[in-house]
Design a binder for this molecule. Sequence first.
Ligand code: SAM
Length: 238
Amino acid sequence: IDDDSKKVVAEIMARCFVPSLITTTSWEGFHFVGHEIRITEAMDSYGAVVWPSALVLCYFLETNVKHYNMVDKNVIEIGAGTGLVSIVASLLGAHVTATDLPELLGNLQYNISRNTKMKCKHLPQVKELSWGVALDENFPRSSNNFDYILAADVVYAHPFLEELLITFDHLCKETTVILWVMKFRLEKENKFVDRFKELFDLEEISSFPSLNIKLYKAVKKSRRSARKGKVVSRRVFL
Ligand SMILES: C[S@@+](CC[C@H](N)C(=O)[O-])C[C@H]1O[C@@H](n2cnc3c(N)ncnc32)[C@H](O)[C@@H]1O
């Protein structure tokens, strides 16, 4: 398995290229969904560079369109950073809302506009979402209707892990599928996975040991219990 995952990692990493000419604005290039995607990075924060987890998620979306078809799906990305994942989901036909902290939104909007204009079925939206903050006002539960929540490398040594969990829970309906790429680093943050499992049914879809990265699919716990409940009541009824 490790050899297979190494091959996939090599393929994922080969999606990046650097411009052959020095230009006035610096950018990094990626190939996904038949498009050349140019990402401008800023050097002042975590969200300003493309992290390997984002590449893993883009690769997954591109190579699993049969099972995870994005066309016309309502998708939100949290901690979108430079926007690569949101761009790929948009190029695949989804209706995307890319979110992050306020200070990231300028660069995020720039990258998204530059790479999706005239190329996507639905124009992606960029919106502020600081984890755990004003969720009811900005993302009222009654109007949240996301088919997918995407998240790449949102767990690391920051003080908002509980708020992150609250955010996942707030955005997630019974039918929502979370695709979350987790980079394992320190013991303390890695425990987030156990906290997460208290609220969501978690399935490991793929693992890249050489990168310490796992890709998870998750759904709200109540969904399974609800289904169980239905079966029980049908049995009783029969
Ligand atoms: C390690 S970066 C990953 C960025 C991008 N998903 C990627 O994989 O390239 C973590 C992202 O989470 C965002 N983030 C961190 N704390 C946050 C918070 N409290 N609320 C919202 N976003 C936050 C950062 O701004 C950053 O974009």
